[in-house]
Design a protein around this ligand. Structure first.
Ligand code: FES
Length: 107
């Protein structure tokens, strides 16, 4: 099963299995990882699943939709070129080893 590493704002790293087809937001929630809230359940209506995709991975992801980019504008923390909404990142085998940094806050 592919793995995702979540890096907390303070630098703590947690690596967990995330099934193919599941999204990176749920991967965090199911594994009790702090720093991802996912308030709207993946409906592109909250931006509390904001993350920063680490170098080298952005090009392997499907590009963000216009709706994702618009919702990112309401993220609490700074939006950077590598910002994504983790509920919009669907796991594939090719994403095994994905690393995402978590923002300081989601509210
Ligand atoms: S969980 Fe609400 S936009 Fe991702």
């Amino acid at each position: 099963m592919p793995q995702v590493t979540y890096v907390a704002h303070g630098g703590a790293r947690q690596t967990v299995d995330v099934p193919v087809g599941e999204n990176v937001m749920r991967g965090a929630l199911y594994n009790g990882i702090d720093g991802i809230v996912g308030e709207c359940g993946g409906g592109l209506a909250c931006a509390t699943c904001h993350c920063y995709v680490e170098d080298g991975w952005a090009g392997k992801l499907a590009p963000p939709s216009e709706a994702e980019l618009q919702m990112l504008e309401s993220a609490t923390c700074e939006v950077k070129p590598n910002s994504r909404l983790s509920c919009q990142i669907a796991m594939t085998a090719a994403l095994d080893g994905l690393v995402v940094d978590l923002p300081e806050a989601q509210y």
